[in-house]
Ligand binder design. Structure first.
Ligand SMILES: Nc1ncnc2c1ncn2[C@@H]1O[C@H](COP(=O)(O)OP(=O)(O)OP(=O)(O)O)[C@@H](O)[C@H]1O
Ligand code: SF4
Ligand SMILES: [Mg+2]
Length: 360
């Protein structure tokens, strides 16, 4: 990240045409983990990045955090270039922080909570030890924990509380962007709702932005303003969450929605029937990636063109972009996603908010 290359923009994150490939063995073909992915997060907004396991979500997160160089494309955070080859982590960490899935693994078990939260302040904000204590206390209060939590070790807290500690540590340096990589996936539904409510409350309070990575459409539906759907490293569909989840333009988005649980067992059974069986597919190499639709082998409405030509990402009504040769015809060939209330995650309706100290 360099100040010389900063640009004036209201996008806290801008990623343009990002490609990242891995060679799993020497001389093995390059496996394309991300292929021409573009995405922006505006100030104060939440953008979801969804896709099943192996679709490239964490690879994208690592590139944004300067932990992985890109082969092609450009990433800027708060107007500054992220140079994954020669990252200035100290500088970058002032603008972007991360919260990961496993709060146990992200916190050093032998450090007190206070020390874990203080670390970024000492390392990035250049604060003295006497300035740090009030900042740690304030950070704990903002996530609904008592100040005396600072003296205790992570093992004395529940999973939800540990995730609050990770959020406090991420926010303590007042970053513009927080990357949440499956941040609530390991939590029970009720605790998940509380942590999501906390994230939304903190956003209302501070105007920060989230890149929210998840495989769960229900969570994304509740939290995200916009969503990007990734499949095997490529963008399948992108746009306002409401449009994408109410009338998916891509058959893969439809299948993700069908896979997300709903409260009513009858509706759940209908969804399973509508989803049908889809075969697993092996990873694509860089050479294969450009020659067909990556979803063709699983797609219930694929035709010959899908197997010989990669569909470009194109704009369609509703502010949505979709990479499908057969949009919108396919929508008349298979049933839409049956309605049904999403599984009751209770976000914003139940659970606790900032001022309520009864937390899990
Ligand atoms: N360092 C690496 N070397 C080789 N392959 C890698 C490396 N990192 C990731 N991959 C591969 O890239 C693909 C994308 O991985 P990634 O972790 O980004 O997926 P993901 O969408 O985060 O999946 P999950 O939901 O399981 O976390 C996977 O097939 C993974 O095996
Ligand atoms: S391009 Fe073809 S295979 Fe790909 S999602 Fe559209 S219809 Fe299915
Ligand atoms: Mg991941």
């Amino acid at each position: 990240m360099t100040s010389e290359s900063s640009v004036l923009t209201d996008d806290v994150l801008s990623a343009e045409h990002i490609s990242i490939g891995f060679r799993r063995r020497r001389r093995a073909p390059v496996f394309q983990a991300l292929d021409d992915v573009s995405l922006t997060v505006a100030r104060g907004r939440t953008v979801g990045l969804v896709g099943e396991s192996g679709s490239g979500k964490s690879t994208f997160a690592k590139a944004v955090l300067g932990l992985l160089p890109v082969d092609r494309g450009r990433i800027t955070v708060a107007g500054h270039d992220v140079d994954g080859k020669h990252p200035d982590h100290r500088r970058l960490a002032r603008h972007v922080q991360a919260v990961f899935q496993d709060p146990g693994g992200s916190l050093n078990p032998s450090y007190t909570v206070g020390r874990s939260i203080a670390e970024p302040l000492l390392a990035q904000a250049g604060m003295s030890r006497s300035e740090v204590l009030p900042a740690v206390t304030q950070a704990l209060e903002r996530v609904g924990l008592e100040p005396d939590a600072a003296q205790r070790l992570p093992r004395h807290f529940s999973g939800g509380q540990r995730q609050r500690i990770c959020i406090a540590r991420a926010l303590v340096v007042a970053p513009e962007l927080v990357v949440c990589d499956e941040a609530v996936s390991a939590l029970d539904l009720s605790v998940q709702a509380q942590v999501l409510n906390l994230l939304m409350d903190l956003q209302d309070e501070t105007g920060l932005s989230y890149l929210f990575i998840s495989h769960d459409m229900n969570v994304v539906r509740r939290l995200c303003d916009d969503v990007t759907v990734l499949y095997r490293g490529q963008v399948m569909e992108q746009g306002p969450t409401r449009s994408v989840t109410s009338a998916p333009a891509h058959p893969y988005t439809r299948s993700l929605l069908l896979a997300s649980p709903v409260a009513d067992p009858t509706a759940q059974a209908e969804r399973r029937a509508a989803a049908g069986r889809v075969p697993a597919v092996a990873a694509e190499t860089a050479t294969e990636a450009g020659t067909r639709c990556p979803f063709a082998a699983r797609c219930p409405v694929a035709t010959e063109v899908c197997r010989v030509e990669r569909p470009p990402l194109r704009e369609v009504p509703g502010g949505v972009s979709v990479a499908c040769h057969r949009y919108p015809e396919w929508q008349h060939e298979i049933p839409p996603v049956p309605s049904g209330d999403a599984h009751p995650t209770g976000v914003r309706d139940a659970g606790v908010h900032l001022n309520n100290k009864e937390i899990n």
